[in-house]
Ligand binder design. Structure first.
Ligand code: NAI
Ligand code: MG
Length: 335
């Protein structure tokens, strides 16, 4: 088993080693290579995602990614490395599950997966500013090919996990040429899966229900931007961003990557919660390396560690122990 590890910036440096420690414990012959990406890399080399990193990731086909700082304003030559890497590796799906975890901030009964299209929509980054500097436009790309691919992923996941319903989320009433196409193609694919129920929600209504009654969702099938937003909302019900895992999945490649970012407010303090990245690694083991028993072991250990109240992050109101101490607890429960 081979893994390319990209820690990135901020708490990525602190939490990724925990996931690696867990993986090494359950897969003793794991072979690991390291690669660089992120803001720090950009400042050192002028490139946030060096070509060697992409080559290495594509060669190894399995990546564990922390998070990278991206400023919310334009910096010449800089763009989000993870968005580029997802496209370069053709990880067409981003699976973002939220399940109940035994922490005070989580909601009982929640068990959903946001299946987010990962290669197009506004995330292609085709933006322009008009000559006067006061008008910006962005291209929203939706294609039949990518929509069919993500819809099949969602329905296949429903079948493999014994789930009952896929909810297609879009804004087809306002954007019939793009979201309307997404909706139409998703329903076409849905007809090939008669045993799985399918329904639809406009994205604003979906956001309302995600706040009011998140347990009503099973699989949410949606485009890139809506999936980004709805999965962060769902993460709040799962206990917080420090607990929310994700997996970018292609036909024979995968990037495990927590939903959270670099958490500059707590970076360097050794208190970041490693749960999200450890559970992301478990998803890689389950869906890419196809070792569900090993993934179950990791998830059970995390669940038991959380149940002991040994978690760390401020957003969880834990008992103030460190990332390191929590890693010890998880590893002690792996059996
Ligand atoms: P964030 O996810 O980094 O932080 C939001 C809040 O959640 C903060 O209060 C943070 O302390 C907390 N938090 C996040 N992860 C945590 C953990 N593991 N344990 C405990 N608390 C945790 O989002 P924010 O602040 O919007 O973004 C910070 C930077 O991260 C930005 O530069 C952004 O571009 C980048 N980012 C990168 C991503 C990636 O590379 N995949 C994804 C999201 C954001
Ligand atoms: Mg996000």
């Amino acid at each position: 088993m081979e893994l390319c590890v990209i820690k990135g910036d901020g708490i990525g440096q602190e939490v990724v080693p925990v996931a690696l420690r867990v993986l090494r414990q359950v897969i003793p012959d794991l072979s690991v290579t390291y690669a660089d990406a992120g803001w720090d890399t950009f400042e050192r080399t002028g490139n946030a995602l060096p070509a060697e990193t992409v080559q290495q990731a594509a060669h190894v086909k399995a990546v564990l990614f922390g998070a990278c700082d991206s400023p919310p304003y334009e910096v010449a030559g800089y763009s989000s490395p993870i968005v580029k890497l997802r496209r370069a590796m053709q990880t067409h799906a981003n699976l973002r599950p939220t399940r109940f975890l035994p922490v005070p901030t989580a909601r009982e009964g929640i068990d959903l997966v946001v299946v987010r299209e990962n290669t197009e929509d506004l995330y292609i980054g085709d933006e322009h500013t008009a000559g006067d500097g006061n008008t910006g436009t962005a291209t929203k790309l939706i294609t039949r090919k990518a929509t069919e691919r993500i819809a099949h992923t969602a329905f296949q996941l429903a079948l493999s996990e014994g789930r009952k319903r896929v909810t297609i989320v879009h804004k087809g009433n306002v954007l019939p040429q793009t979201d309307g196409l997404f909706r139409r193609v998703c329903f076409e694919v849905a007809r090939e899966y008669p045993d799985i129920e399918s329904d639809e929600l406009l994205v604003d209504t979906a956001a309302y229900w995600m706040v009011k009654d998140p347990a009503r969702f099973d699989i949410v099938l949606t485009s890139n931007l809506y999936g980004d937003i709805l999965s962060d909302m769902a993460a709040a019900w799962g206990g917080g961003l420090g607990l929310a895992p994700a997996l970018n999945l292609g036909s024979d490649v995968a990037i495990a990557e927590p939903v959270h970012g670099t958490a500059p407010d707590i970076a360097g303090k050794g208190v970041a919660n490693p749960t999200a990245v450890v559970l992301s690694a478990a998803m890689l083991v389950r869906h890419h390396w196809k070792q569900p028993d090993v993934a179950d072991r990791i998830e059970r250990a995390v669940y038991e560690a959380l149940r002991e109240g040994d978690y760390t992050a401020d957003i969880l109101g834990g008992n103030g122990k460190s990332t390191e101490a929590f890693a010890d607890t998880i590893c002690g429960k792996l059996n």
